[in-house]
Design a protein around this ligand. Structure first.
Ligand SMILES: NC(=O)C1=CN([C@@H]2O[C@H](COP(=O)(O)OP(=O)(O)OC[C@H]3O[C@@H](n4cnc5c(N)ncnc54)[C@H](O)[C@@H]3O)[C@@H](O)[C@H]2O)C=CC1
Ligand SMILES: O=C(O)C1=N[C@H](C(=O)O)C[C@H](O)C1
Length: 253
């Protein structure tokens, strides 16, 4: 049995993962961490990681960037593998994750779904072929409770595209403050927020008289929970290192 500490356990993702872990035979949530503690869970919930006296094998984090420092200290002190799915981290926080991955296994992904990771591969291929004649714009849509914008996934898609292009493009967020024509050296990134949209990402390659669009639509949060639980199985007993969905997909396929 792999014992998990669920960080952000009382949030939307934390609750979906708790339900799915309870249905699994090899994983259980042994403890939770959340600053909001007014929900009854089947496991003990701590509002301070220093108070957590439950021994766990892996941490899964779907919370807020504010929680990261405490999680890193706890993980390093207890040598506990850490899965970070929280988005909106600063570049400095991502660097810290890389640093601690020299001491403990760290898994970081802005999107735990298999589909989005396939989309990233397809988009990279398209970007290489269309590099010189097509303008690239990314549009993401999420529910009205989402805090960060643009989504971590939209930024990760833009990074993947940039890694495939011969010349690095500048990211342009929305366009309301710009009063000039679009340049050839940019990737536009746009966020839509409303209702209960689970998560949609669309990459538009707009050329002269033709448009190619590659889309991913999440219709339930369970796809992210499935990915996070697979990441827990993957990271348990791994050597220190910085892992992502590509490592998980190549090991399991
Ligand atoms: N990588 C992926 O596949 C996915 C990532 N996410 C990301 O996961 C995060 C959480 O998403 P949701 O569950 O929808 O949000 P939510 O707002 O429903 O839940 C967040 C939970 O974290 C808790 N929290 C906030 N700050 C905290 C702190 N400093 N210490 C401890 N607990 C704290 C809140 O009380 C809340 O219960 C977001 O950053 C979101 O973008 C969400 C879905 C998929
Ligand atoms: O907040 C969400 O809900 C989601 N956040 C992630 C992101 O910011 O990319 C992933 C997913 O789209 C859902």
């Amino acid at each position: 049995m792999i014992n998990i500490l669920m960080s952000g356990c009382n949030g939307k993702m934390g609750q979906v993962i708790s339900r799915m872990a309870a249905e699994s035979e090899d994983l259980m949530i042994a403890a939770g961490y959340d600053k909001y503690t007014k929900i009854n869970n089947t496991y003990p919930v701590f509002d301070d990681l220093e108070k957590c006296d439950v021994k766990v094998d892996v941490i899964i984090d779907f919370s807020n960037p504010d929680a990261l420092d405490g999680l890193l200290s706890y993980s390093v002190k207890n040598k506990t593998p850490l899965i970070v799915a929280t988005t909106g981290l600063s570049p400095n926080q991502v660097n810290k994750l890389r640093e601690v991955s020299e001491a403990i296994p760290v898994f970081f992904s802005a999107n735990m779904s298999l589909g989005v990771n396939l989309l990233m591969d397809l988009v990279k291929k398209a970007a290489k072929v269309l590099e010189y004649n097509f303008d690239i714009e990314i549009i993401e849509k999420h529910h009205n409770q989402k805090i960060d914008a643009p989504s971590g996934t939209a930024l990760a898609i833009a990074d993947e595209i940039n890694s495939a292009l011969s010349e690095k493009q500048e990211y342009v967020y929305d366009r309301h403050s710009r009063r000039k024509k679009r340049s050839k050296k940019e990737i536009g990134i746009h966020a839509v927020r409303g209702g209960t949209i689970v998560g949609e990402h669309s990459v538009v390659f707009a050329g002269t008289d033709e448009i190619i669009e590659i889309n991913h639509i999440a219709t339930s949060k369970e796809i992210f929970a499935t990915g996070a639980l697979s990441a827990a199985r993957f990271l348990y007993n791994k050597k220190p290192g910085f892992y992502n969905m590509n490592d998980l997909i190549s090991e399991t396929n």
